[in-house]
Design a protein around this ligand. Structure first.
Ligand SMILES: Cc1cc2nc3c(=O)[nH]c(=O)nc-3n(C[C@H](O)[C@H](O)[C@H](O)COP(=O)(O)OP(=O)(O)OC[C@H]3O[C@@H](n4cnc5c(N)ncnc54)[C@H](O)[C@@H]3O)c2cc1C
Length: 591
């Protein structure tokens, strides 16, 4: 079994706090890098324990490497590896003061690499990955750079019956996931990820660290729940409600039901099941995510189109089977349902590689129950059939269509109760095309667009899309992601980020600032990437020489006096004082 313990982080935080510089081979690049360095190096003395990394260094490459090759041209001037919230405070203040662009990176799963930028600073949050469970086990603190694997491991060690509303993919970042809404296999049982947020610790555009909750800045709390990552500040921590699974021993029933839809009989059974699924009332405990993809047959090695439903039932197998009996039309070709512990499912599941070597394009729509018609299911299946040639000719490329099953508890809130507006949705569909031959870019983007155009006719309001499945070619994205909540988000932007400091291609803009033209990022040839790819694949093992600059112990560390957190005010925090700080915040939240 694959271990989903925290994936390798760049370095041990204890040996952080240095400038990581490497010499560049290209003279022009070196001059540009030197200039940026002169401006940015002073940031180091303001950091608490973090590092500043420049182009050419391994730590820099670690942070700018994203899974979608379409965005590998993005070149920030420097990267900051934050180790504490103080590093975040210092970086935000420095960038505001020096008028430097800043974007935030956690899990790096943004489909359009909105975590990166050109010529600014990328704040890599992945060292901030603490998870602390309150002694009563009803609330959990997770630092803003954690991945879901960090959280699930901690919960599992404590008590396998405990669960939070987190991502199915263990390498997705907690922050990006939660700030955009957060669709989980447990969303039908407990709501979206944002519905379980008690409070958010955030560094705002004015450089203050603050706790935002229903009591403290309720308007900002509203915006952060669904407004999308990177818009209103840097989240350094979340306080999340912990839920207890239905089964007395914390078991769930999960696995795959699969139909080989190249076969007309199987295709008919699948389509009948889907239509029945859509028309039958289903309990909150049952979540079924549909997935169309090509799989290689183990024996014949041939690629075949499969339509699958990934089941996550919050309860035992007998109950699950009787619920499924109401919707299944005939036996699927494959049924791997098993009762197991959720953590074992995560450990044994397929994590989507963050370091893939393909160009990708994604889009999405959100559809209500009753709209998953025969035409929709047939259209998706035929679209996938039409991709067979592409699938066969490209080893790394391919296409898939996936819908995440929501509804039930996700629809308990009104569309304007949080910034996520699509509360009546039942299926959040994402469609993806990937290719390794860059000449295919226009064709593949157009193909995803063709599918999206058709499915949009069935989307809520003829437009609904999911901000977490971000699509940088979407015209009218603000309307598609936020609907009528957009106007309120803009007003709040004016209050909390009046200078549009947190800005990227699809960021929320304060009123009167124009939306920019939507550009797509040109691809570089795969050959041009080759050297980089090989290098990147090796970089975690390879530890080249760095020029170290020791942290000046006299440098004034930033402190956050408005929180009044005694032990942290000195600007130095040990693991113990961090724990005390978090427990103190728990106490305040609960009082
Ligand atoms: C394989 C895969 C599986 C997925 N599964 C799901 C799923 O099951 N459910 C679901 O809802 N979504 C899912 N998503 C979408 C995912 O939730 C979004 O892409 C999310 O934005 C990723 O967050 P991240 O931190 O990993 O990415 P990043 O690229 O690091 O960040 C995404 C955005 O959030 C901003 N951001 C990151 N960290 C912070 C922070 N600390 N404070 C403020 N802003 C920040 C970034 O600047 C960027 O704009 C999936 C995506 C992938 C690629």
């Amino acid at each position: 079994m694959r271990d989903i313990r925290t994936p390798p982080r760049w370095k041990d935080p204890e040996i952080q706090h240095q400038v990581d510089i490497a010499l560049l081979e290209d003279d022009a690049a070196q001059i540009e890098a030197d200039e940026a360095r002169r401006k940015i190096v002073p940031l180091l003395s303001r950091l608490h324990r973090g590092s500043v990394l420049f182009p050419g260094s391994q730590g820099y490459r670690y942070s700018v490497w994203v899974r979608n090759l379409r965005y590998s041209l993005k070149r920030p001037a420097a990267v900051v590896h934050a180790v504490t919230a103080w590093d975040v405070v210092a970086t935000v203040r420095f960038c505001v003061q020096e008028r430097l662009k800043l974007t935030i990176r956690s899990g790096g799963h943004s489909n359009a690499a909105h975590c990166l930028n050109d010529n600014g600073i990328v704040l890599d949050m992945r060292m901030l990955n603490k998870v602390v469970i309150h002694p009563n086990e009803d609330i959990l603190y997770v630092s803003g750079g954690a991945l879901w694997s960090d959280v699930y491991r901690e919960l599992h060690d404590k008590d396998p019956r405990l669960i939070v509303v987190g991502g199915q993919c263990p390498t997705v970042g907690v922050s990006g996931f939660l700030l955009g809404g957060g669709i989980s296999p447990f969303s039908r049982s407990y709501g979206l990820g944002i519905d379980s947020i008690e409070a958010i610790e955030i560094v705002k555009a004015n450089g203050e660290l603050d706790i935002v909750s229903a009591e403290n800045h309720p308007d900002l709390f509203w915006a952060l729940r669904g407004g999308g990552g990177g818009n209103f500040g840097v989240a350094t921590g979340f306080f999340l409600k912990v839920h207890t699974l239905n089964h007395p021993e914390g078991m769930v029933t999960c696995g795959t039901l699969g139909w080989s839809v190249g076969d007309m009989k199987s295709r008919k059974k699948f389509i009948d099941t889907m239509i029945n699924w859509d028309q039958t009332p289903l309990p909150p405990a049952l979540c079924g995510d549909a997935l169309w993809r090509y799989r290689r047959d183990r024996e014949t090695k041939e690629k075949r189109l499969w339509a699958e439903i990934t089941i996550m039932y919050n309860g035992g197998k007998n109950d699950c089977d009787s619920e499924l009996a109401k919707v299944l039309r005939g036996e699927p070709d494959v049924n791997t349902l098993k009762e197991m512990n959720f953590y074992d499912w995560e450990v044994g599941g397929e994590a989507f590689a963050n370091h893939s070597q393909v160009h990708q394009h994604h889009s999405s729509v959100i559809i209500e129950k009753g709209r998953m018609t025969e035409h929709v299911v047939n259209f998706i299946t035929d679209w996938m059939v039409s991709k067979k040639e592409h699938e066969l000719e490209s080893e790394n490329g391919g296409c898939h269509v996936l819908w995440d099953h929501i509804g039930q508890q996700t629809s308990q809130k009104k569309p304007d109760e949080t910034a996520f507006p699509w509360r009546t949705g039942e299926y959040a569909l994402s469609m993806k095309a990937s290719w390794s031959n860059e000449e295919k870019e226009n064709e593949m983007v157009a193909e995803v667009q063709r599918l999206r155009d058709e499915l949009t006719k069935y989307a809520i309001g003829g437009k609904a899309a999911y901000v977490n499945f971000i699509d940088d070619t979407l015209t009218g994205w603000w309307d598609a992601y936020y609907d009528t909540n957009y106007e309120r988000l803009r007003q709040l932007k004016k209050i909390y980020d009046p200078e549009d400091f947190f800005e990227f291609q699809q960021s929320i803009r304060k009123p009167r600032s124009d939306h920019p033209e939507i550009h797509t990022v040109p691809s570089r040839s795969v050959a041009a990437h080759k050297g980089e790819l090989d290098e990147k694949n090796d970089f975690l093992q390879d530890d080249t020489t760095q020029i170290e600059k020791p942290f000046s112990q006299d440098a004034p560390a930033e402190s956050v006096s408005d929180l009044g957190c005694g032990s942290l005010q000195s600007g130095r925090c040990s693991a113990m004082s961090l724990k005390r700080y978090i427990l103190g915040l728990f106490a305040r939240l609960k009082s």
